[in-house]
Design a protein around this ligand. Structure first.
Ligand code: 5GP
Ligand code: MN
Length: 336
């Protein structure tokens, strides 16, 4: 449980803030950034604040059941805000677009990062940003948390923990989930069905193509997969349809690191998703390419001027290097 005192100044600051607020979710939005943003938005609305939601990308179909998910405005916008609250991102570049705001506030659970404001709430031990949002709201006006707000928080927590299976699933995550169900009437089955069981057919067709690209490297410890833009176009699919594919590669027996490469020519990049079974810290690998993330899930971008083969080669070389480094460290008992 986070220290209550840390939440009070942030709550006081927002309580007395009277300007125009934008709550911004990161590019390629996931359940945590959208769930956190929606929960905070609904709460601030109840307090009568002038608040809007924004994101560069469309809200993925698997999150469109969330209350307020349809109220996101597309970023960038010409509009200027007095305060931009960035949720679930360690740097402003993760918004994918510039935002005009006098002040920034970061609500997040990433370690490190490169932008900070006086009233930030950052808890690198938190399983999800949604949990940071919960403790902010519950230390502020608990009575305003309703089932809608709690469902948004639950969805952020559930998706970032891989529905309570990832290595960030500790007692804190399970206790919060239980509290949201017991006290605020969240229905876990409703969330699970909406997030996981409304797949469009194009997604499964795409999955079949992507699984065909699966390759093992480094004696079976590394798995890689990729998706090309032309496949998406042919199937009428979008990037949201690739969400979670990388877990098929991670799920292979003997695999410590899984890499998923997504071609994004319109952004001029190959988007990389790395996952580990927590033995390896993949955020270190992504940082080498200017990205970041968590120990078990991280991402980065590599310029599209490189060919797929070059991207694979560079990535696998760095993964191999880090495996040797990190194995060396753990042999000496320097990591846990
Ligand atoms: P995903 O692979 O699902 O896109 O992202 C996994 C995690 O890696 C995210 O939760 C986020 O923490 C981090 N991440 C993904 N892409 C980037 C990136 O381009 N830059 C940084 N700093 N972090 C990223
Ligand atoms: Mn998150």
């Amino acid at each position: 449980m986070p220290i209550v005192e840390e939440y009070i100044p942030a709550a006081r600051f927002l309580e007395s803030f009277n300007g125009k607020i934008l709550i911004a979710s990161h590019e390629n939005p996931d359940g945590d950034t959208i769930g956190s943003a929606c929960a905070l938005y609904l709460f601030l609305k109840k307090l009568g604040k002038d608040v809007k939601l924004g994101c560069r990308d469309d809200i993925p179909y698997f999150l469109d059941f969330l209350p307020a998910s349809r109220e996101f405005m597309k970023l960038p916008t010409e509009e200027e805000f007095d305060l931009c609250i960035v949720v679930d991102a360690a740097n402003k570049e993760r918004l994918g677009v510039p935002v005009r705001a006098k002040k920034f506030m970061r609500i997040d659970h990433h370690k490190g990062g490169n932008f900070y404001g006086e009233q930030d709430l950052i808890d690198a031990e938190a399983p999800a940003t949604a949990s940071v949002v919960y403790y902010l709201l519950s230390n502020w006006r608990k009575d305003l948390i309703d089932t809608s707000i709690a469902t948004c928080i639950y969805t952020g927590l559930a998706t970032d923990t891989g529905f309570y299976t990832n290595s960030n699933t500790k007692d804190g995550a399970l206790k919060l989930a239980s509290l949201l169900v017991e006290k605020y009437g969240v229905d876990p089955h409703y969330v699970a069905v909406n997030v996981r069981e409304r797949n469009p057919l194009r997604r499964l067709k795409l999955l079949s193509k992507v699984l065909d690209t699966l390759e093992l490297h480094s004696g079976g410890k590394v798995a890689s997969m990729y998706v090309l833009k032309e496949w998406l176009d042919k199937l009428g699919a979008g990037y949201e349809d690739t969400e979670g594919f990388v877990n098929y590669a991670r799920g292979l027996e003997g695999v410590d690191v899984a890499a998923f490469i997504i071609e994004k020519p319109e952004e001029g990049v190959w988007k990389i998703s790395l996952r580990s079974k927590d033995k390896m810290d993949v955020s270190v690998i992504c940082e080498k390419f200017g990205g970041g993330g968590h120990r078990y899930a991280a991402g980065c971008k590599i310029p599209h001027t490189k060919s797929l083969e070059e991207v694979k080669r560079d990535l696998l070389r760095e993964i191999e290097k880090q495996m040797q480094n990190q194995e060396g460290l753990s042999d000496k008992g320097e990591t846990s």
